[in-house]
Design a protein around this ligand. Structure first.
Ligand code: PLP
Length: 220
């Protein structure tokens, strides 16, 4: 998208999502998470004014600095944590976020379970290292059944699976694989698709897309 107007960018992304849903014959909802990492409050406000209500951040500390004041003005905002979470930040994350998309290891299951004794229970997505890349976050596909068993034993609210496909290759096979893994494990939520590939992700069943630069412009 080339427009400088955030309202037009948002309308464009929403139209792309609707078009992809139509292609796939879908009538269910797709949640657009506007990824606002690195962008200051004055870049976020225009999207809120245009009607966007769900935002994503990848660092707990950055979100803690930015969102409490914004939320005071807009109490109906929902926040998603999309980046790696350290166990010692689990309590802060549970206090601030409504969704956590980066649950990827057993130590985090116990840290989140403990943090949720507070009564706040953000929906969790288990992140899968779908391309089996050494440098990427997410649990190995082979470890997914055991991790999901731990998540269920700890009674965490589990919404579905999340993945980031390898860069610079066709993402569709990875989206299809994530959808199959979710189906195999009886999960309905699929957090997949970013600025470069969200229409493809929606045609393959994404229920949550995480879109940053297509809404905000390039990160600085
Ligand atoms: C930054 C980020 C996004 C958004 O990326 P864009 O390419 O700017 O849309 C999505 N998901 C995760 C996990 C991210 O870190």
């Amino acid at each position: 998208m080339t427009t400088d107007d955030p309202t037009a960018r948002l309308a464009g992304v929403l139209a792309d999502i609707e078009h992809a849903k139509k292609l796939a014959g879908r009538t269910d909802a797709v949640e657009l998470i506007a990824v606002s990492k690195t962008h200051p409050a004055d870049a976020i406000e225009p999207l809120i004014a245009a009607g966007q209500r769900v935002f994503g951040e990848n660092r707990v500390q950055e979100a803690q600095g930015k969102w409490p004041a914004l939320r005071e003005r807009h109490p109906d905002i929902r926040l998603a944590l999309i980046g790696q979470l350290q166990s010692n930040k689990a309590a802060d994350a549970v206090a601030l976020f409504d969704e956590i998309h980066s649950l990827d290891r057993p130590s985090l299951v116990s840290a989140l379970a403990k943090a949720m004794e507070s009564g706040r229970r953000p929906n969790c997505f288990v992140q899968v290292n779908i391309g089996d890349e050494a440098q990427k976050g997410g649990c190995a596909i082979a470890d997914l059944p055991a991790l999901l068993a731990e998540v269920r034993a700890a009674d965490l609210p589990i919404a579905g699976l999340m993945a980031i496909p390898p860069a610079d290759v066709e993402p569709a096979p990875y989206f299809a694989l994530l959808a199959k893994l979710a189906r195999d494990h009886g999960l309905t939520g699929l957090s997949m698709g970013m600025s470069s590939d969200y229409p493809t992700a929606v045609t393959l069943g994404a229920t949550h897309v995480r879109v940053g630069s297509a809404l905000f412009g390039a990160r600085v």
